[in-house]
Design a protein around this ligand. Structure first.
Ligand SMILES: C[S@@+](CC[C@H](N)C(=O)[O-])C[C@H]1O[C@@H](n2cnc3c(N)ncnc32)[C@H](O)[C@@H]1O
Length: 350
């Protein structure tokens, strides 16, 4: 089987060597893979961190957890695989006492296994129900959105999350065609609206991206999880994020940039009033993208962008609780610790 045809059946990890290098994986290290998927990156992390390495793998999709369990069988004593949303990262780590860690990876989006599944509705090439949920425990499906949103709401969603220039026309046509129950039906409606070819991408690509982001609240969860991830890293721990579209990448870039700066007061503020301190160092000033050879072998990797940052705060500063830190971000580690203390003392007094 060629690598190209393999990518349809399995998931080929993207930017694998670059990820391992950016995470500085070392024997005995403790790592979190927040997007376990088929376990490709996780297997490489476990291999490099052996002997003594530990990996916490998280995925919202129970099928991904099952596949990764089989793939990582050889490392079962060093892995903890959890079927959860990474938006709950901090709670998971506290529950399993898995902190601080040497590195945290997010390889965003969906895996080839999900894309090629004939029951999930992620691909416009399959006649499958319009579902698009990462987890069956989520309530809202893509069909719910397509068949209940107003024309204006749909147009906005497709414009903002899909960065689609023809959002109004597509929304208008969707309303005329409702009910739309399958991915193929929706793809046809979009093709009829804006034509069948648009450069290299399928005309439905942007609308499908918008729906997937909305169904899984992807941007919200990403932002929340990145903030928690920073707090879980030990000193010099690495945060590595691979994103696949500009909306995700913007969130990663802005947060890393902000947290690698000291004062974040507005320009021209005469004296610093924010009290913000840097807690990250950018590892790669320029984003890392796959080489053309990787894109040829795995076309799915073509839009990947890897950003990495290192936690720089010392362990001592890390555990200090100051009012300034709480005001500055509200989510910095001291603030989280304060919250936990409060919760704990109220539990004890009950
Ligand atoms: C690109 S795949 C990861 C592939 C993996 N790195 C590998 O090498 O096999 C992304 C995975 O992240 C999961 N995912 C996306 N958003 C998530 C979230 N908010 N919480 C947990 N898992 C999520 C998806 O279910 C999918 O399995």
């Amino acid at each position: 089987m060629s690598l190209k045809s393999m990518s349809a059946a399995t998931h080929i990890p993207v930017l694998l060597n670059e990820t391992i290098e950016a995470l500085v994986v070392q024997p005995g290290g403790r790592y979190i893979d927040c997007t376990l998927g088929g376990g490709g990156h996780a297997a490489a992390i476990l291999e490099r961190s052996s002997p003594g390495g530990q990996l916490l793998g998280i995925d919202a999709d129970p099928e991904a957890i099952k596949i990764a369990e089989t793939r990582l069988e050889a490392y079962k004593d060093s892995t903890l695989l959890i079927n959860e949303n990474f938006a709950n990262l901090q709670a998971i780590c506290l529950k399993y006492d898995f902190l601080p860690v040497h590195g945290i990876l997010f390889d965003l989006g969906l895996s080839s296994l999900q894309l090629n599944s004939n029951s999930r509705g992620f691909s416009f090439q399959h006649d499958t129900p319009l579902d698009m949920r990462f987890s069956p425990s989520q309530e809202v499906t893509a069909a719910d959105i397509i068949n209940t949103f107003s024309e204006n709401e749909l147009a906005q969603l497709i414009k903002v999350y899909g960065e689609e220039g023809y959002s109004r026309q597509i929304a208008h046509h969707i309303l005329r065609e409702r009910p739309i129950k399958t991915a193929l039906h929706l793809a046809r409606v979009i093709e009829q609206t804006i034509g069948s070819r648009r450069g290299k991408i399928h005309p439905a690509t942007r609308t499908f991206q918008a729906l997937r982001i909305a169904v899984n609240r992807e941007l919200e969860h990403l932002e929340a999880a990145l903030k928690q991830a920073i707090n879980l890293l030990g000193c010099e721990g690495r945060l590595v994020v691979i994103s696949y579209h500009s909306l995700e990448d913007r969130i990663v870039k802005q947060l890393m940039k902000q947290e690698s700066r000291g004062c974040i007061c507005l320009p021209n503020t005469p004296v610093c009033v924010c009290g913000h301190t840097a807690c990250l160092r950018l590892v790669n000033k320029k984003v890392i993208t796959p080489a053309s050879t990787e894109v040829q072998l795995n076309p799915r990797s073509r839009s990947a962008k890897l950003r990495a940052a290192e936690r720089i705060t010392t362990q001592e500063e890390y555990y200090q609780t100051t009012e300034l830190d709480i005001k500055a971000g509200g989510w910095r580690r001291p603030a989280l610790l304060r919250k936990l203390q409060v919760t704990f003392s109220s539990l004890q007094s009950n």
